[in-house]
Design a protein around this ligand. Structure first.
Ligand code: MG
Length: 158
């Protein structure tokens, strides 16, 4: 058996008139994330980490943003599909860790709900998924409140 790891990174712009969905959890916020799907930046980073670990390309390969099927898509469903493709390629997801970089709002109790939603979509126990958050300390595009970013790592056995 071998162990494989993959990284994922994503960023989206914050703007008025959009929902803020992170890790499959809708948060109260005046600003939301802009994108073709629901712009769930955290889940997108996890998808890329999984696909990367399995050598299956990236989120754009599997769910092209020019494809009308994915307009407003629920990214948790995309994650579910990505995890299926990883299993079909012969791998088992061992764990996922993700860091969200966002100035506001604070995640609070939503962090645990994100963990549970991600774990459920991956078919894993909640303790196989970890969600962390940090801010931009007032600098850069995150610090200025212009957007959010996320970094993820996934480890597979196979
Ligand atoms: Mg994205």
């Amino acid at each position: 058996m071998s162990v494989r790891s993959g990284i994922g990174y994503d960023s989206h712009r914050l703007a008025a008139g959009h929902e803020l969905v992170l890790g499959g959890v809708r948060l109260q916020s005046e600003l939301g994330l802009e994108g073709h799907s629901d712009a769930d930046v955290l889940t997108h980073a996890v998808i890329d980490a999984l696909l990367g670990a399995a050598g299956l390309g990236d989120i754009g390969t599997h769910f092209p943003d020019g494809d009308e099927r994915y307009r407003g898509a629920d990214s948790i469903e995309l994650l579910r599909t990505a995890a299926e493709r990883v299993r079909e390629a012969g791998y088992t997801v061992a764990n996922v860790d993700v860091t969200l970089v966002l100035e506001a709002p604070k995640l609070g109790a939503a962090r645990e709900r994100m963990r549970e939603r991600l774990a459920e979509a991956l078919g894993l126990p909640a303790d196989a998924v970890n969600v962390k958050a940090t801010t931009g300390e007032g600098i850069g595009f995150v610090g200025r409140g212009e957007g959010a970013a996320a970094l993820a790592i996934a480890t597979l056995d196979g």
